[in-house]
Design a protein around this ligand. Structure first.
Ligand code: GTR
Length: 425
């Protein structure tokens, strides 16, 4: 072999071993999707076939949960020893033109090692109806202050750190189009948001500025193969928000929804799978590592995602870079882990990077497990047309336009939640 060939072979092997290839090809051609068998959610690793919800819960669900933990997102630390205190920073009973009561609550975390950290929650509760209301819990990308133009919304604590790293669009209201507060509030839903960087600033170099250093066994320089990544820690943060909301008088703790867009859609799925307090779990354009089937290798793939975002998953996930065929599961089984609670997947037509078809098929195949509960999954393998929401016990829609969260998406989610929480109304 010529020297140059040897060299490129060596480079190729390094890329495969490292499991992260920034230059891995990206396929957008349906005819190039590899032939693969969809892993059967109802067949255990030892070959046992699951036929009842009881068997699913006892054997297959824990088995799959373990696989997703050990091979993709990392194992959620159970005894973090982290204490949380809540400091009410402000209450405005007349927010959103009188539509809502706004609360801002500082979460003060203290680790067993004495280290502390803070995160800021913004909560809007509708003033009508009186009494307890459902709540939509959703992280924002650039700070609470970007979700609305309301002047009294405090800047999220991560703003300075992230701006110093070159992150932009942190000004008041800059992401307001993604937050249909008025719509949700007027339909009787509370909305709670926090900046995800407050929990884990989204860069491998910034791990030491989030919750991580408070965790037992934290090692600044390395991670165990199955150690949770930022998606796992953000999901943990969602559960801490749920802890707070359970104590909030006006919140109906049996009607909590977790909603996330893109990387935060991956996160909402992983949070919703693990934390059964979330009764509706919504993935907006979550794509690779979220709702989309990995084995289709369409749009973003494991090589690309683990190269660009090595901190999102556990290191073991790198083994599937350019090797999705070897995955012992696929993402429809993640969605299925939400059953018998409700899962909703949404796609955008122009968001081919997230593989809308793969997102749909994943939601479709999850239906198998819903059937064990006598519930109804998506009716057809055919992806519905644009703006034809499918609201069974599993929900799906695809809308026109780009990778984003729009008022149309919110409208569909609220319609679906109404069906779940207020049947017959
Ligand atoms: C992209 C990433 C996607 C998606 C997106 C987002 O760069 O490749 O997986 O998560 O970011 O979060 O907006």
């Amino acid at each position: 072999m010529k020297r140059i060939e040897l060299l490129s072979l060596a480079l190729l092997m390094t890329a495969t071993i490292a499991g992260q290839n920034r230059n891995a090809p990206v396929n957008y051609d349906e005819s190039q999707v590899p032939v693969f068998e969809i892993p059967d959610a109802l067949t255990c690793q030892d070959g046992q076939r699951i036929t009842t919800a009881k068997q699913w819960e006892k054997k297959r669900r824990p088995e799959l949960l373990r696989m997703f933990s050990e091979l993709e997102y990392g194992v959620t630390q159970q005894n973090t020893g982290i204490k949380v205190r809540y400091e009410l920073k402000s209450v405005n009973p007349n927010a959103m033109g009188g539509l809502a009561t706004q609360k801002q609550v500082l979460f003060k975390f203290t680790g067993k090692n004495g280290l502390t950290h803070q995160a800021l929650l913004l909560l809007y509760i509708p003033n009508a109806p009186k009494g307890r209301v459902p709540v939509i819990v959703s992280y924002n990308f650039h700070g609470n202050q970007t979700t609305t133009f309301e002047e009294d919304v405090i800047y999220s604590p991560s703003k300075e750190l992230m701006k110093s790293m070159g992150s932009d669009a942190w000004e008041r209201g800059e992401q307001a189009t993604r937050w249909s507060y008025v719509l949700a509030l007027s339909r009787g839903y509370a909305v709670a948001t926090m900046n995800y960087h407050d929990i884990y600033p989204d860069s491998p170099a910034l791990r030491k500025f989030g919750i991580s250093p408070l965790l037992p066994g934290y090692n600044e320089d390395s991670r165990e193969k199955d150690e949770w990544g930022s998606i796992g820690i953000w999901a943990w943060g969602y559960s801490r928000i749920a802890d707070y909301l359970e104590k909030e008088k006006r919140i109906d703790k049996d009607c909590m929804v977790v909603l996330g867009h893109s990387r935060l859609g991956k996160t909402s799925l992983w949070a919703g799978v693990q934390d059964k307090r979330f009764k509706v779990v919504i993935s907006n354009d979550s794509g690779c590592g979220g709702a989309a089937l990995a084995k289709r290798v369409f749009g973003e793939n494991v090589a690309r995602i683990t190269a660009s975002f090595p901190h999102w998953f556990c290191p073991a996930f790198n083994a599937y870079s350019e090797n999705e065929a070897a995955l012992p599961f696929d993402q429809h089984e993640l969605l299925a882990l939400v059953a018998p609670r409700h899962v909703y997947v949404a796609s955008a037509e122009d968001d081919q990077w997230a593989d809308p078809r793969g997102e749909y098929l994943s939601a479709y195949y999850a239906g198998q497990v819903y059937q064990l509960y006598g519930m109804q999954g998506l009716a057809s393998m055919e992806q519905p047309a644009i703006h034809q929401p499918q609201h069974f016990d599993v929900g799906y829609h695809i809308r026109a336009g780009k990778h984003d969260v729009t008022e149309y998406d919110w409208t569909c989610y609220l319609d679906f939640c109404d069906k779940v929480f207020r049947p017959g109304k």
